[in-house]
Design a protein around this ligand. Structure first.
Ligand code: GLY
Length: 572
């Protein structure tokens, strides 16, 4: 584990006015804050008086804004953005993957929708042990049964206001008419071209002339347009039955994958009650299993709530406590959590304040060691998040994914969309780390029809008066959980304006590997020395994540899109 000489990376700091102010938590000593080497640019900020969408793609956000202007509610807009992202942000936006949606209606009702992929019926616990290396991340065998179309159509059926054909129309238009490729999306396809070129339909779709579409070129996807038309005309049946289903199954036969017609017929999105966390008077709603996001973040928040006052941002005292809280929460996650259809998740116990107090008691001034547990048995993550609020105050927080960037890299021939590689989110190889380095247990072992454990953490925060305050989420594999924690804590505890909370350098601990990951250049060398003195192995990484968040202001809403990637917002 190596730390670059942060002090040698001296660069001019680019700060927005809102980032120029260092904010200290009340009752703490002055914060060390961010290092002068933290040269992350200022986030894009969008103000809107009534309604707002932020997402990983400016085009998709504009689609959501237009649906809101046409009288659609936040769920209509979220469904429209979900389909649009499948067209304009193909690294992660999808109809061949899955996701999670947290919905809070203006009347206070909260529901979550789980449209996570499932293991095919012919999948088995040890199927990857004898398979080719990489079989769980690239190629046909890595794909779970897609959930996105079932999820988006179900969300619309239950809560949508506009006709479904209206909501999906912009995505169909973008697929047929094309859109202008920006620099971010051109280089993103370029980065994964070595995987995409392996599969003829992916090569034909994403590498015209064997090169990624150039910045400024128009990118058309007529086969995807026809698939979306089938969904427009027949709803979920247009995907899980008929021509599109036949094409998926034919693709599986071609590449020795496992998804068959029975798997597609059986797939259902599931409504679940949210995880509810109280934190310093605020209420946070997030995703229950099959995502670990809400429970794991709740455990971290509960432990941290007991430190009052909290040490200031950027201090070793804070980062040490956070690392130890994260270590414990991830140990529980990796050991206990899995698809609730298969596993008894001890959610109540893990989220109790008493349990958090017990864990806090264990945290001393030195780093502890992650206990190995009975398991019983690299890649670039690309998920994407969007947040929506409408003029009535309905809110949607939605995270969706193919897992890896461009998922399995397999495009369904004739249907124009990528399949996920979500099978790698299971404990695919007992005791071995997955793509994210997570070492997980029997609760997340593969079984037919089971949902693989996710880390996606779409969240909605209420203020002390129980009014809608913030909508937040991000891609980033297991780091999703700690990023959403950081943004919430930066705003509530460190009183940062949202742009600064999103821009601030991040840390992450996931129990195993037993190291504290930090965004390089973000923290002072003296702080890092002090953390090493406490026994933390430090791992300096490139910046991570793509937080897409909205916060209530006195004028309406402020949207912030992460400067680390290429998102954008739109509102009115
Ligand atoms: N595929 C990343 C996650 O669901 O956590």
């Amino acid at each position: 584990m190596q730390i670059p000489a942060a002090g040698l990376l001296l660069t001019l700091i680019v700060l927005s006015p809102s980032c120029a102010r260092r904010v200290e938590a009340p009752g703490t000593t002055p914060a060390d804050g961010m290092a002068p080497t933290w040269n992350m640019r200022a986030p894009r900020v969008i103000e809107a008086s009534k309604a707002l969408v932020v997402s990983g793609s400016p085009l998709a956000s504009a689609v959501g804004r237009d649906i809101l202007r046409q009288g659609g509610n936040a769920v209509d807009a979220a469904v429209a953005v979900g389909f649009a992202l499948a067209v304009v942000h193909p690294e992660a936006g999808n109809i061949g993957g899955g996701g999670f949606m947290v919905i809070r209606l203006a009347d206070g009702r909260v529901q979550t929708l789980d449209y996570r992929e499932t293991a095919p019926g012919r999948a088995s616990r040890d199927m990857y042990l004898s398979a080719a290396p990489e079989a769980s991340v690239t190629g046909h065998l890595s794909a779970g049964v897609p959930g996105a179309v079932a999820g988006l159509t179900e969300a619309h059926r239950r809560f949508g206001r506009l006709a479904f054909s209206t909501v999906i129309a912009p995505a169909i238009g973008l697929a047929y008419d094309g859109f202008l490729v920006d620099e971010y999306r051109s280089s993103s396809i370029g980065e994964d071209s070595a995987r995409l070129v392996l599969f003829p339909a992916s090569r034909a779709t994403f590498l015209p002339n064997d090169r990624p579409p150039e910045t400024g070129s128009t990118f058309r996807q007529p086969e995807l347009g026809a698939t979306l038309e089938a969904v427009r005309d027949s709803g979920a049946a247009g995907f899980y039955r008929g021509r599109v289903a036949d094409l998926i199954v034919a693709e599986m036969v071609r590449g020795h994958g496992l998804i068959d017609h029975d798997d597609l017929n059986r797939y259902r999105a599931i409504w679940r009650n949210p995880i509810e966390i109280s934190y310093r008077g605020h209420t946070i709603y997030s995703m229950p299993p099959a995502s670990s996001g809400g429970v794991t973040m709740g455990e971290i928040l509960n432990i941290m709530e007991g430190y009052d006052p909290l040490p200031a941002f950027g201090t070793a005292a804070l980062m040490h406590r956070e690392a130890e809280a994260m270590r414990r929460a991830f140990t529980d996650r990796n050991r206990h959590l899995g698809d609730p259809g298969f596993v008894n998740n001890p959610v109540q116990r893990l989220l109790s304040k008493d349990y958090a107090a017990e864990l806090r008691q264990q945290i001393g001034e030195q780093a502890s060691v992650t206990p190995r547990f009975e398991t019983g048995a690299g890649g670039g993550s690309s998920t994407t998040h969007y947040s929506v609020v409408d003029a009535d105050g309905n809110a949607v927080s939605c995270t969706t994914t193919l897992n890896n960037s461009y998922g399995s890299a397999v495009t369904v021939t004739g249907a124009g969309f990528l399949l996920n590689d979500e099978m790698d989110d299971f404990a695919t190889s007992p005791g071995e780390p997955n793509m994210y380095g997570l070492v997980q247990g029997e609760a997340n072992a593969i079984a037919p029809g089971k949902r693989m454990l996710s880390a996606m953490t779409p969240s909605i925060v209420l203020d002390r008066e129980k009014q809608l305050y913030m909508i937040v989420g991000t891609p980033g594999g297991p780091k999703i959980i700690t990023m959403v924690y950081h943004v919430i804590s930066n705003v509530i505890d460190h009183r940062m304006p949202l742009p600064e909370a999103v821009r601030a350098p991040r840390t992450h601990h996931q129990a195993l590997p037993d190291s504290l990951q930090i965004e390089g250049g973000g923290f002072l060398p003296a702080t890092l020395d002090s953390l090493e003195g406490k026994g933390h192995g430090l791992w300096s990484r490139e910046p991570w994540g793509d937080v897409e968040a909205i916060v209530r202001t006195s004028q309406g809403w402020q949207g912030v899109t992460d400067p680390r990637r290429g998102g954008g917002g739109a509102g009115y």
